[in-house]
Design a protein around this ligand. Structure first.
Ligand SMILES: *Cc1c(COP(=O)(O)O)cnc(C)c1O
Length: 378
């Protein structure tokens, strides 16, 4: 027998209410029943996105909504800033390049957050820049960027601010409207506690003006079609009906909890995880801008990082994430996002201690668990 624990930064575990909703018999999407679900879902999304603007639902993984943002805002030959401090920031650059948009890529050292002043300088130096593509939580490094400050910087320029909040939305604070985020992009399988397959995108008035001008080729992800449908509480194409039913349940759970409680739960789990890592004599990869949705920890000298993650998964069914790209084997990442609470973190740390001990790493057994308990007891 195996009892699985999923502590990865996407997909994240599913609440039973979500599993149940997904398993219901399918209904047709052009019906009053589905329309009433869509109506509730739209309200719930606005609550979680903290926006009064439209939030479009796309059937794709999160990257689909990133691509939708690029092709709906810009035209070939136009200029944009992409902030890359990890694998996901680089994705903005790659998508822009795929559509003939000229990205000015800002390289941020992996493990650090972007300095909003650097973006301000770039915007002043090049008034032709039409969009700034940023990342809320750079999942590959475990960094949270200061979106509020970025919003202040971009707001007064003619550019729009687009934020990849695929990781972090519904787990840490992101005030789409109050922070002047023009497009907020997210996906279903992280903070929203759903299986992969849905993506979301919000649009401000400033962003919509660009959408109406954009000449990039697009069909499935044309937001003008999505808008026409949404205005009639409909979707342009067949939606992932079961996932939307499940979304309705997860959004209800989130409204019941309240965003403030959700944010403080995530913060506490992150504090406990960081505290445990330090108590084990480990080093955090991103100590100055550590994210509250995923903690990345440096693999200690003499330990095979990939083997550590594999052993936790294959021997004990506790799945955490290893490092990506240039961080492969150098860090491991423990997610504390979505349907996760303190005792899941305790399990994760217990398993980490067990495997570290088996691999010959020297520390006081239980030191990490004690540190985590102390945070949770506060
Ligand atoms: C997971 C993730 C993505 C990719 O989303 P997919 O659903 O795999 O397309 C993009 N950006 C960030 C920050 C992520 O964490």
């Amino acid at each position: 027998m195996r009892k699985n624990y999923l502590l990865t930064p996407g997909p994240t575990p599913l609440p039973p209410e979500v599993c149940e909703a997904q398993a219901r018999p399918i209904i047709h999407h052009r019906t009053p029943q589905f329309q009433s679900v869509l109506k509730e879902v739209e309200e719930g999304l606005k609550y979680v996105f903290q926006t009064a603007n439209d939030v479009f639902i796309l059937t794709s993984s999160g990257t689909g909504a990133m691509e939708a943002a690029v092709v709906n805002l810009l035209s070939p030959g136009e200029a944009a800033i992409t902030i890359q401090g990890g694998k996901f920031g680089e994705r903005w650059t790659d998508i822009c390049n795929s559509y003939g948009i000229k990205p000015e890529a800002i390289d941020v050292e992996w493990g650090k957050a972007v300095d909003p002043q650097e973006i301000q300088k770039k915007l002043k130096a090049n008034p032709k820049i039409k969009a700034v593509f940023a990342t809320l939580c750079e999942t590959s490094t475990g960094v949270t960027n200061d979106i509020e400050k970025l919003g202040q910087v971009v707001k007064d320029s003619s550019a729009v601010l687009v934020v990849d909040a695929i990781s972090g939305l519904g787990a840490i604070d992101l005030k789409t409207d109050a922070w002047s985020v023009d497009m907020c992009v997210s996906g279903s399988q992280k903070g929203l506690m759903l299986p992969p397959g849905l993506a979301f995108i919000s649009t401000s008035k400033k962003a919509w003006a660009l959408v109406l001008e954009s000449k990039s080729p697009k069909y499935y992800f044309d937001l003008k079609e999505a808008k026409k449908a949404l205005d009639k509480t409909d979707t342009a194409y067949t939606p992932a009906i079961s996932l939307v039913m499940a979304l309705n349940e997860s959004l209800k759970m989130m409204r019941q909890d309240g965003m403030e409680n959700i944010f403080s739960r995530h913060k506490k789990m992150a504090d406990a995880t960081r505290s445990a890592a330090l108590a084990l004599g480990l080093e955090l990869f991103a100590p100055t801008a550590a994210s509250d949705v995923v903690t990345s920890v440096k693999v200690p000298a003499g330990i095979d990082g990939e083997k550590l993650v594999k052993t936790m998964r294959d021997a004990y069914a506790v799945t955490i994430a290893g490092g990506q790209s240039e961080l492969k084997g150098k860090v491991f990442r423990i997610a504390h996002m979505g349907y996760i609470e303190e005792f899941d973190i305790i399990v994760g740390i217990a398993c980490l201690e067990k495997v570290l001990a088996q691999m010959g790493y020297k520390f006081n057994i239980g030191a990490g668990l004690r540190a985590a308990q102390e945070v949770f007891l506060k």
